[in-house]
Design a protein around this ligand. Structure first.
Ligand code: SF4
Length: 689
């Protein structure tokens, strides 16, 4: 038995799925993954995992993995060597840069890949191609949350840690479904609620699993969160329940903000949101009676025309009630992907250098220019959304995208496909031949997290290291190595031998990472940014001051932007989100036989009332039609949805069922995050059962 044990390799990794950031050991023998073994040392999850982290790893050994670079010739792809693929790529990209300018190139980064990889990718775009057109998929989800926090308290991240959420008196979840999207975090809330008397309010269109357990479940009309949040804040102020001392000492613009609330009376809110005045008062009372409130939110809030404003309204409410800068309180935007926080933190954004320092700031840019020995472009670049529009307008000619299934997860995908067809030169780097790869000129085979080293940042700003479990399959390479080889083909002289050297460079350049080092991240250790030069973490933000010139927060007036209307014939509201078992479009989880057995395709949730009215039942086949496209899905009659509100999970790799064939190209006015949650459709019954 000892011999057998000896041949089993046990390696610490960090989950590749959601932003909770569970870590565990992976036990392997050769390329066989024997099991995932959680350890009590894991700082976030201890011995817990969810079904994805535990069973979702078959994709690594899938026969569908890309193993060689591919070059398009006509309609077909041919296998190529790295030398051939990278040389062609360098030639084409340099040609576009020299003839038309580097700002004709777009760079789409990956929130699934490491911090070090994202750092190198933006360095590549900015230093070699002089392009700030670099963005990541937080543009599709949580950029509005960050923007709302930056306006008010200054830092686009969770105020505290998951431990603070578990210790709060009151947890309020708005437009999020943690039981399925952030399962281990949800178990912390469930435990605190059940065992420690934590109070729980859930607000969502869909009565999700956490809502079933809540002390209070609220169902606002679609797209009206800002109104009820502002009305609750106004009521708190009207009752004199605000934290007066906190406001006086630590917050600016109080009077101006109070005036902006004038219209948000309980009567107005009841009319707009459909939530009764009594319920609104109950919410206000629960916040008033709690010693500390944490508000958790996700894409039900952000993916709207006014997503940033609603996120701002959440921060305003927390400021008025003094719920920042103390344990067991604060703002918690729940990050979706494993490293969506880190991708932004490490600079794959058009307007920020790593650590949220503005690219336009001469001093900041100068620091990078000195270190890299090259001038950098000053003006903010294009974001994901603008890049797609730029392709259509002829302003973007070439694009380099890695680890992002944009052909399925961007909104209004039929339009996005049209854009991709127009690209002069398109490189896609991934572990699978994704739907996006079908539009590429060159496809590069990358290594998933189990085949490389690096770090991820979870939703609590916690940086964790993971170690290499397996050798890269076939000719696959870690993304950072591919970037380096490509950069050097374009004339750079990068010599990183290990991701730790990349992190050391970041630590020298970005103040919030000053004390981050691989030594201090060894094993199960982690660091939470901002990390002081001596290596000390900051689990709780704003204890002394907010991030602003005078150290004070700002109450930021916002108004309500009603959701889009698409015409009377589109009579049903279409909400969308995630399933527990699958992750995102499913490119990885759908390679797990066990997971596919549990849930193989997304079903359209239809309310009992609507099912009766339209004469459909569970299993019926329907077509949904929006102004932008159509899908064909089966019905699941469900008590989680009500009235004319439908719910379709996003987890599918089939265009036929993809919710984003139905979503529009409209977006949050402040950040260009698509208004995925404002889709409207009509339904045709194709087959009763
Ligand atoms: Fe992975 Fe998230 Fe599940 Fe943890 S909760 S195991 S990080 S998917």
């Amino acid at each position: 038995a000892a011999m057998r044990e000896d041949r089993i390799k046990k390696t610490k990794t960090v989950c590749t799925y959601c932003g909770v950031g569970c870590s565990f050991e992976v036990w392997t023998k050769g390329r066989d993954i024997l099991k995932v073994q959680p350890q009590s040392d894991a700082p976030v999850n201890g011995i817990s995992t969810c079904v994805k982290g535990k069973f979702g790893w078959d994709f690594v050994n899938s026969e569908e993995r890309l193993t060689k670079p591919l070059i398009r010739k006509g309609d077909k792809f041919h296998e190529a060597t790295w030398e051939e693929a990278l040389s062609l790529m360098a030639e084409k990209f340099m040609e576009i840069k020299e003839k038309e300018g580097g700002d004709k190139l777009g760079f789409i980064a990956s929130s699934k890949c490491t911090n070090e990889e994202n750092f190198l990718f933006q360095k590549l775009a900015r230093s070699i191609f002089q392009s700030n057109n670099v963005d990541n998929c937080s543009r599709y989800c949580q950029t509005p949350a960050s923007a709302g926090l930056m306006r008010t308290v200054g830092i686009g991240g969770d105020s505290g840690t998951i431990k603070d959420i578990a210790a709060a008196d009151l947890v309020m979840v708005v437009g999020a479904n943690p039981s399925e999207s952030h399962p281990v975090l949800a178990t912390r809330v469930k435990r605190a609620h059940k065992l420690h008397g934590q109070k729980l309010i859930v607000s969502d269109l869909r009565k999700n699993e956490l809502a079933d357990r809540a002390d209070l479940y609220i169902h606002p009309k679609p797209g009206t969160d800002l109104v009820w949040l502002s009305a609750v804040t106004k009521y708190i102020l009207d009752q004199g329940w605000e934290d007066e001392a906190f406001l006086q000492k630590r917050v600016n613009q109080v009077e101006e903000y109070k005036q902006s609330l004038e219209k948000f009376t309980l009567d107005y809110a009841e009319k707009v949101t459909g939530i009764s005045k009594d319920t609104l008062i109950q919410v206000a009372e629960m916040i008033h009676e709690s010693n500390g409130t944490c508000i958790l939110w996700a894409m039900g809030v952000t993916q709207h025309l006014g997503g940033t404003d609603t996120s701002t309204a959440i921060a305003n409410l927390l400021l008025v009630t003094g719920n920042f800068g103390k344990p067991a309180a604060g703002a918690y935007p729940l990050r979706g992907h494993n490293n969506v926080q880190g991708a932004s933190d490490f600079g794959t954004m058009p307007n920020w250098l790593p650590g949220y320092e503005p690219i336009e700031n001469d001093l900041v840019r100068g620091r990078y220019e000195k270190a890299w020995g090259i001038k950098l472009p000053k003006n903010p670049g294009l974001d994901n959304h603008q890049i797609v529009d730029g392709i259509m307008d002829g302003n973007i000619k070439g694009m380099y995208l890695f680890g992002e299934e944009m052909a399925l997860v961007d909104s209004n995908i039929n339009f996005v496909h049209e854009a991709f067809e127009k690209l002069e030169f398109f490189v896609v780097q991934d572990i699978f031949f994704s739907k996006t790869a079908q539009f590429a000129d060159i496809v590069l085979p990358a290594a998933p997290s189990l085949e490389k080293e690096g770090t991820f940042v979870n939703t609590e700003r916690r940086i964790q290291r993971f170690y290499q479990v397996l050798e890269p399959l076939g000719d696959c390479k870690p993304d950072w190595q591919i970037f380096q080889e490509f950069a050097n083909k374009c004339g750079a002289d990068w010599k990183y031998e290990h991701p730790s050297e990349i992190m050391a460079e970041v630590a020298k350049l970005a103040p919030i990472f000053a004390g981050v080092s691989y030594d201090l991240l060894e094993g199960w250790d982690s660091q939470i940014w901002p990390v002081k030069p001596n290596g000390e973490s900051t689990p709780l933000l704003y204890e002394e001051e907010f991030k602003s010139k005078d150290g004070k927060a700002k109450l930021f007036p916002v108004d309500w932007t009603p959701p889009m209307e698409f015409g009377k014939e589109f009579d049903l509201h279409l909400n969308n989100g995630r399933l527990l078992e699958q992750f995102h479009e499913g490119n990885m989880t759908n390679k797990s036989a066990g997971i596919n057995q549990m849930v193989s395709e997304p079903w359209l949730e239809v309310s009992k009332e609507l099912a009766e009215e339209r004469n459909v039942e569970t299993g019926s086949l329907v077509r949904l039609i929006s102004p932008y496209g159509k899908v064909k899905v089966r019905v699941l009659v469900s008590e989680r949805v009500t009235g004319n509100e439908l719910y379709l999970p996003m987890n599918t790799v089939e265009y036929e069922k993809a919710v984003n064939a139905l979503t529009s190209s409209y977006y949050d006015k402040d950040t260009h995050t698509p208004n995925y949650k404002e889709a409207q459709v009509r339904m045709e019954v194709l087959e009763k059962t």
